[in-house]
Design a protein around this ligand. Structure first.
Ligand SMILES: [Zn+2]
Length: 89
């Protein structure tokens, strides 16, 4: 769980709240950041899946070099995804 500081009263609040519990100031900044984070995790997941699928297809079609490249892309996507997920929690 991450926290955000209210821009109005400076109260330390959970960034999943939409409004500050003290002064009811909308915490839009924190929500925007969360959206960006979610999108990044989503794209990294796509990179991972696409890399794996492309590697499988390349392997089936007999392109060992392409298989290596796509496997590497998939692994990089997976590692980045795990790092991002850890950073989010
Ligand atoms: Zn506040």
């Amino acid at each position: 769980m991450s926290q955000v500081i209210c821009p109005k009263c400076g109260e330390n609040t959970l960034d999943r709240l939409s409004n500050c519990p003290v002064c009811n100031e909308p915490l839009v900044e924190g929500q925007k950041r969360n959206e960006v984070r979610t999108k990044r995790v989503y794209y990294l997941g796509l990179v991972f899946v696409a890399g794996l699928v492309a590697a499988t297809v390349s392997s089936l079609m007999g392109f060992p070099k392409l298989t290596m490249i796509f496997t590497a892309i998939g692994v990089i996507g997976l590692v980045a995804l795990i790092l991002k997920m850890n950073a989010t929690n």
